[in-house]
Every structure is written in structure tokens, then in C-alpha cells.
Design a protein around this ligand. Structure first.
Ligand code: HEM
Length: 552
């Protein structure tokens, strides 16, 4: 009799809990776990008057079983607000499916496959959708679109008094972005170019040494990463990073930053677990080191005083005094760390993917080299960005490699606010839904790039047509769907700097060296490197082993 009463009340409690969690998303794992564990004990005591092990186990099993079945049944039921949107069944059931996919690093490619299978709007989580549609880009990322939501929360350190620009919303974002935009004016960019040129000369010196040894091979992805990391250190904190001179990650900070981004990109799918993770000694070591990295660098930058060439720090601190309310040190510190994290890997993987495309398309590589040679007939002028406009084919090659391998492959989502709903890409999207616009899949859709959307064809950017006039056999190139730097008010704040960096580095490398695949490169490096790119918010690349020889 007691057992029956326990079964019924534990079952009911499971349903009540589901109703509660549907309205109140957990904000951490520890209190939620405590809340779930105490209930079977309390219920057993209340119903049976004692705490016998058998009764507690029976209550707990029934409670958890009913709660789980209720959640799964609801998420798969026709009553779920996203029931009309197709997608993989396991994705609809649990966020943990998203975590597993994120761990695999295969997210961008997998989303494309699912779009090919299910269509333009697919459900990729209990309350998440992914959309591949040109009009949706403006309505989500453009004016009056949606804001960032819970996915981005783990990208901020909750113990710090300020969030980085990546996590700010509304007016707070507009204010910070105004300062960033000033820091990216044409005048500021010219200063950054001279900072980059100094680092680029260091890279060329190091590569010259390597090129002296016949048949020597190098991981070009790694050397480019040293360059972009040091450059971002110069920009954000006025120097102090010396990966090029050290020939590696001497203090291990580069590894820590990469691990931090990777872990965050995975945990962002279950953002409520992060506060719990941060409480576990040992597990928060990476966050601790990142915190120290930020504060040490900020302290060093403040102490070092004004720089001969104005760095990004100068602008972010508003040392010119344009702002009514000056940015605080913690605000600039978090943006400095974000600059190093976001700016270095995105640029290095973009450059590596470009070199990969050149090596796998020798005919185009030869033409690019001729173009670079003719624009920079005097090798000493290769740092002059005034000539970038003349590098038409090289620029088209970057557009194409960024199209095929966008460094932020599946992007970060925007969220429909509570109490609102949207009609996007022909579908009703209910409140609280997170919407992804995955650049990798959008860039490879034949509706946006045609013919051969999966092929490297830089000429498509040089041919004129962008209209089909309803004739599907005609070429399509929809510039509005090029999302490598995102779109709208929160697009890449350093897009113009990044373009100059990519073109300057590529010109300098191609003007000075001949590149070939390393003879000892594994088949992965010579034929499948692109498939090994891991999507961890920013793309992670495997070794790209090449052999270089100095040109005259
Ligand atoms: C090829 C290189 C780069 C690519 C492809 C790239 C791409 C992107 C993308 C896709 C976003 C949007 C992220 C999101 O919505 O979740 C973004 C944001 C951002 N990027 Fe870049 N990025 C590059 C280089 C850089 C560099 C070098 C810097 C710093 C100097 C930088 C600073 C930023 C900032 C501050 C934001 C946040 C803007 C905001 O929220 O208003 N990026 N970038």
C-alpha cells in the first residue's frame, strides 16, 4: 500500500518538476542537483514516515524516471513549440547531443549535412534551430534583429566586474562598439600595419633560417599562429608576447588560451554547468591562468606608458578623451584578452586555409604568385597596403578560402526574447529559441553560391553575374550571404584590420618563398587537412607541413 502511494506521488512529483523546469531554466548544476536529490528523501519521509533504503530507492527511481520520460515525451511531442521543425531525433531530446557534437569538432560539417537532408530550417536542440537562408541573415543579425543569449554566457568570466564586447547587449554593446570602431579607423589601421610589419619581418627572418636547410620542413600553421599571437599581444597589451623569437609557446599560455576557448565552446551548449565547474578545484585552473594572464598584461601595459605607435589598448582606454564616461580598466582588460583569443586563431587559420587552397590548386597558386610579383616588383615594398587593391586574384582567393573554411564555422546564436516570437525563413520561431546561422553551411548552399559550391573557384568572385533571373543554370554569388566576419552591429569589429593582415602576410610569404607540401607530409596533410579542421567556435587546425625555398 505504502509502495503504491510512493509510486504515485513520486510520479506526480516528476511531472511537477518538469513543469517547473520548463518555466525556470537552471542557472547552475549544483543547486539543481541538490534540489533533485533532496526531493525523493523528503517525499519518502512524508509518505512512509521513515527513510528505509528500499523506499528511498523506489521513490528516487520513479521520480527521476517520470521526470526524464516526461521531458523526452514533451520534446518529441506535437505540442512542443518547435515540433513543426525537422531535425535529428536525438538533437530534439537533449542538449547533451549538442555537447557530444561540439566535442567531436565536427559541428560545422554535421550541420551542413543535416541541412542537406532536412532543409533550410532545422531543429538542432530542444530549443535551438539552425537556419540557412539569405533573408534570415538580415532579420536576425541586422537592425531590429535579435540579441545574443545564454550560449555566450560562459564566454565571460563571472568573477570579473565587466564582460567583453562579445557578451554585451543593447546599449552597453553600442557604447563599447563605438570605442572599438574608433580604434579601427583608417588612421588607427595605418599604425597597426606598422606594428604588424615589425612582427612579419621577424617571421621572415625565422623562416629564412629554416629555408637554409635543404628539404627542411615546417608546420606553417604553427609559425603563422606565432605571428598572429604576437601581433595581437602588441595590439592589445603593447607587446610582451614573443612566440616568434622564442620559436614556441615557452610559458604555455598559448596552449591555455586554446584550451580555454575549446572548453568554453563545448560548455556553452550547457551554459548552466559552468558555475559548477568553476567551483571544482583543479578544473578551473585554465580560467585562473587566463585571469592572471589578463591582469599581468594589463598591469604591464599600464606601467609601460604611452607607445610610439598607438596600439588598440590606447584606443580602448579612450586615452584621447572622446567618451563622456571613460572605460574602466577591467573593461579594457577583458577586451584585451578577447582580442588575443579571437584575433590570433581566426587570422592564423584563415591564412593556413588559404595556403592549403593554394597548394591543392597549383595552377591558381602560380597565377597568384605572378600577381604578387608584378604588384610588388620591389620586394621591399611588400608591406605597403596601398597596393592591396591591385591584388585582385589574391583577394578573390581569400574570399573563396574564407567561404569554404570560415574560421567561425557554425557561429554563435541569437536568441528570441521571452514573451516574443518571430517569423523567420517561413517558419514560426517561438520565444527563447536560440537561432544559429552557420556560415559553413550558408557558404556552401547552391542557393547562395552556384555552380560547384563545394569547390575552390576564386574566379567566381571576379566574374560579374550575381543574378539568376530565375534561370537556375546561371551563376549565383550572393555577397549578402558571405558571413566569415558575421553581419550587422555585432559583426567582426576588426574586419578591415583582418583583411589587411591576411593580404599583407600572404603577399610577403609568396613574394619571398616557394611553398610545396612537405615530402614527408602524411596523406592527411596533403589531401585531407581541410577535413581535419575542428570547429570549436574558432576553428582549430592540424599541422600543415610544408617545404619552403627562398625566391630571388
Ligand atoms: C580572419 C580573421 C577574423 C575572422 C574570420 C573573424 C570573424 C569574426 C566573427 C565571425 C565574429 C562574430 C562572432 C559572433 O557573433 O559570435 C567576430 C567578432 C569579433 N571579432 Fe573578429 N575575426 C577575425 C579577426 C579578428 C581580429 C584580428 C580581431 C581583433 C583585433 C577581432 C575582433 C573581434 C571582435 C572585438 C568581435 C566582437 C564584435 C562585437 O561583438 O561587436 N577579430 N569576428
Amino acid at each position: 500500500m505504502v509502495a503504491a502511494e510512493l509510486l504515485i506521488s513520486a510520479g506526480l512529483l516528476g511531472f511537477v518538476n518538469h513543469a517547473y523546469f520548463k518555466r525556470h531554466e537552471p542557472d547552475n548544476a549544483h543547486t539543481t542537483l541538490l534540489f533533485l536529490i533532496t526531493q525523493p528523501f523528503a517525499l519518502t519521509c512524508l509518505v512512509s514516515g521513515s527513510l528505509s533504503v528500499a523506499n528511498v530507492l523506489l521513490t528516487a527511481a520513479t521520480f527521476i524516471g517520470t521526470l526524464s520520460i516526461s521531458i523526452v515525451a514533451y520534446r518529441l511531442s506535437p505540442w512542443h513549440p518547435l515540433a513543426h521543425i525537422p531535425g535529428p531525433t536525438l538533437a530534439k531530446v537533449s542538449k547533451w547531443w549538442g555537447v557530444k557534437l561540439a566535442i567531436s569538432g565536427n559541428r560545422a560539417r554535421f550541420l551542413k549535412e543535416q541541412h542537406d537532408r532536412y532543409g533550410n530550417v532545422i531543429r538542432i536542440g530542444p530549443n535551438e534551430v539552425s537556419i540557412v537562408n539569405a533573408d534570415a541573415i538580415r532579420s536576425i543579425l541586422g537592425t531590429g534583429g535579435l540579441q545574443k543569449g545564454s550560449y555566450y554566457e560562459p564566454f565571460s568570466d563571472a568573477t570579473l566586474p565587466s564582460k567583453s564586447i562579445l557578451n554585451l547587449k543593447g546599449e552597453l554593446h553600442d557604447n563599447r562598439r563605438r570605442i572599438w570602431n574608433r580604434g579601427m579607423s583608417s588612421e588607427s589601421l595605418r599604425g597597426y600595419e606598422s606594428i604588424l610589419a615589425i612582427r612579419l619581418r621577424q617571421l621572415l627572418d625565422r623562416l629564412d633560417e629554416i629555408a637554409k636547410t635543404p628539404q627542411a620542413e615546417l608546420d606553417i600553421n604553427e609559425w603563422i599562429s606565432y605571428l598572429t599571437f604576437d601581433f595581437m599581444g602588441d595590439m592589445a597589451f603593447g607587446g610582451g608576447f614573443n612566440m616568434l623569437l622564442d620559436g614556441g609557446d615557452k610559458d604555455g599560455m598559448w596552449g591555455v588560451i586554446r584550451l580555454g576557448v575549446k572548453a568554453t565552446s563545448i560548455l556553452a551548449h550547457v551554459h548552466w554547468i559552468v558555475p559548477t565547474f568553476n567551483m571544482i578545484p583543479g578544473l578551473n585552473e585554465t580560467t585562473e591562468r587566463l585571469r592572471r594572464f589578463g591582469s599581468d598584461n594589463a598591469r604591464r601595459r599600464v606601467k609601460s606608458g604611452p607607445k610610439e605607435i598607438r596600439d588598440l589598448w590606447y584606443h580602448l582606454m579612450d586615452e584621447d578623451g572622446h567618451e563622456r564616461v571613460k572605460p574602466t580598466l577591467p573593461e579594457v582588460l577583458v577586451d584585451g584578452v578577447f582580442t588575443v583569443v579571437a584575433g590570433s586563431d581566426a587570422s592564423s587559420v584563415a591564412l593556413s586555409a588559404f595556403i592549403w587552397c593554394m597548394l591543392t590548386h597549383p595552377d591558381i597558386y602560380a597565377r597568384v604568385q605572378i600577381e604578387v610579383d608584378s604588384v610588388y616588383s620591389d620586394p621591399q615594398t611588400v608591406f605597403d597596403s596601398e597596393k592591396h587593391g591591385e591584388l585582385k586574384l589574391l583577394t578573390a582567393c581569400f574570399h573563396e578560402s574564407l567561404r569554404l573554411y570560415p574560421p567561425v564555422g557554425s557561429g554563435g546564436p541569437r536568441q528570441v526574447p521571452i514573451g516574443e516570437s518571430r517569423f523567420i525563413a517561413g517558419q514560426h520561431i517561438p520565444e527563447h529559441t536560440q537561432i544559429f546561422l552557420p556560415p559553413y553551411a550558408i557558404h556552401r548552399s547552391p542557393k547562395h553560391y552556384f555552380p560547384a559550391p563545394d569547390e575552390f573557384d576564386p574566379e567566381r568572385w571576379l566574374r560579374v553575374s550575381s543574378e539568376t533571373d530565375g534561370d537556375p543554370s546561371k551563376e549565383i554569388l550572393n555577397h549578402n550571404t558571405f558571413l566569415a566576419f558575421s553581419y550587422g552591429a555585432a559583426n567582426c569589429a576588426a574586419k578591415h584590420l583582418a583583411w589587411r593582415e591576411l593580404i599583407m602576410v600572404a603577399s610577403a610569404l609568396f613574394r619571398r618563398y616557394n611553398f610545396e607540401f612537405a615530402k614527408n607530409g602524411t596523406p592527411l596533410q596533403t589531401t585531407g587537412w581541410d577535413e581535419s579542421l575542428g570547429d570549436y567556435y574558432v576553428t582549430e587546425a592540424e599541422k600543415l607541413l610544408v617545404h619552403i625555398t627562398r625566391r630571388n
